[in-house]
Design a protein around this ligand. Structure first.
Ligand SMILES: [Zn+2]
Ligand SMILES: [Zn+2]
Ligand SMILES: [Zn+2]
Ligand SMILES: [Zn+2]
Length: 217
């Protein structure tokens, strides 16, 4: 009897919405344990708006984003979380990833300066070169299977329909047009193949290529 009463009371204390929130956190914790960080973010998305100012919410967001190496975003959540909780371990981690982010930004800015002053790409990070066309090897033409005979080099004889013989009063006689073979040489190609103008260079054999400058990675 006593147990039932306690259960009833605790049931009343937890409203339906609070129960739902607790369930989402439980699932998020499971996802976190299994290193499914994108799932953690998805669960956090399902929480009601008012939950998003709590320490718990901001901690889950910070840890998941941190694990995904999205430090810039993780920092903002760690800031809210540590403000509320004064969690010193999280505070140390926040300092750590702030330093990582600062380094990353500094490296990126230094790279921009290197590009700006680069004698090879003159600040564009792109090198334009003209060279032999890579598609045709500089020939300007590409050998392709003939579209009429599909690369075979012969087509069915039109006079006999490919049978090699014609019907006559005395029975079938060999087709004179194809000599009884049923096939004729395709007149659209050279033994099944045809040279076509390369569309990589419009037949010129030379092409212009834009490549990333290699003086600064
Ligand atoms: Zn360059
Ligand atoms: Zn052909
Ligand atoms: Zn024929
Ligand atoms: Zn070409």
């Amino acid at each position: 009897m006593k147990t039932i009463l306690i259960l009833l009371l605790s049931g009343l204390c937890l409203t339906a919405s609070a129960q739902k929130t607790a369930k989402i956190y439980a699932k998020a914790q499971k996802a976190l344990d299994q290193h499914d960080y994108y799932d953690v973010l998805d669960y956090m998305d399902k929480l009601p708006k008012e939950e998003k100012s709590t320490a718990t919410y901001n901690k889950y967001m910070a840890v998941a984003l941190d694990s995904l190496k999205r430090y810039g975003k993780a920092i903002t959540y760690y800031e809210v979380y540590t403000d509320i909780s004064h969690d010193s371990v999280a505070g140390l981690r926040l300092a750590e990833i702030r330093a990582i982010e600062q380094k990353r930004i500094a490296a990126w800015q230094a790279k921009l300066v290197r590009i700006k002053n680069c004698p090879k790409c003159l600040g564009t990070d792109t090198v334009v070169t003209e060279s032999n066309c890579m598609q045709c090897g500089g020939n300007g033409q590409i050998r392709k299977p003939c579209s009429r005979c599909r690369g075979v080099g012969t087509v069915a004889c039109g006079s006999c329909g490919g049978k090699g013989s014609l019907a006559s009063q005395d029975g079938p006689i060999p087709c004179g047009s194809c000599g009884g073979t049923g096939t004729k040489q395709c007149n659209n190609c050279d033994r099944g193949y045809k040279d076509e103008s390369c569309n990589g260079c419009n037949g010129s054999g030379r092409a212009v290529y834009h490549q990333k400058c290699d003086l600064h990675e």
